[in-house]
Design a protein around this ligand. Structure first.
Ligand code: SF4
Length: 180
């Protein structure tokens, strides 16, 4: 029987949630037995080869490329799981939401104390266009499950993944649900 397919994706965050996933230690061997990975930074597959059973996404949505990739995940994943505070609330990156975007850019590239003389705001057409704010993933597409934490622990990710793969209800015990 074909193994369930899993994809993982990363938006605006620090990659710590993916690191936590890798932190399942020797259970990674069980995971490889249980599933096949499709698009993911873990295997460096950049595009979906086919629709997958479970998509796991980390990070908030801060630019037009994030929006496009997140919609691609929604379209290609039967179950979409958002992990970590950045995906759930915008996290640390959404601290910029209290300041207008133009002011952020001016501070970062024109007038901040560490800006080199002659700097400009990057404007290469290849660069993603920043959104006015950093959005949580569920404000862009429907999310089926949210796993909080910064990052969620390896045990939390493992328990949720095993439940989803075995068709059980994702009813995590209190000790595995942390918001920090
Ligand atoms: Fe990093 Fe925390 Fe955001 Fe995960 S939730 S991407 S660990 S800052």
């Amino acid at each position: 029987m074909a193994k369930p397919l899993v994809a993982t994706g990363h938006f605006t965050g620090c990659f710590g949630c993916h690191m936590s996933l890798l932190d399942i230690d020797e259970r990674i061997l069980d995971l490889v037995e249980l599933v096949e990975f499709d698009k993911s930074p873990i295997n460096d597959i950049k595009t979906f080869s086919r629709p997958v059973d479970i998509g796991i996404i980390e990070g908030g949505v801060s630019n037009d490329e994030n929006v496009e990739v997140l919609k691609d995940f929604r379209e290609n994943c039967k179950i979409l799981v958002a992990i970590g505070e950045c995906a759930l609330t915008g996290g640390v990156p959404c601290m910029r939401n209290t300041v207008p975007l133009q002011e952020c850019l001016n501070e970062a590239y024109l007038s901040g104390p560490t800006v080199a003389a002659g700097s400009i705001i990057p404007n290469d057409p290849e660069l993603p266009i920043l959104l006015d704010k950093v959005y949580p993933c569920h404000e862009v597409v429907k999310i089926d499950y949210h796993l909080p934490g910064c990052p969620p622990s390896a045990d939390t990710l493992w328990a949720a993944l095993v439940a989803l793969l075995t068709g059980e209800e994702v009813g995590l015990p209190y000790e595995l649900i942390k918001y920090d």
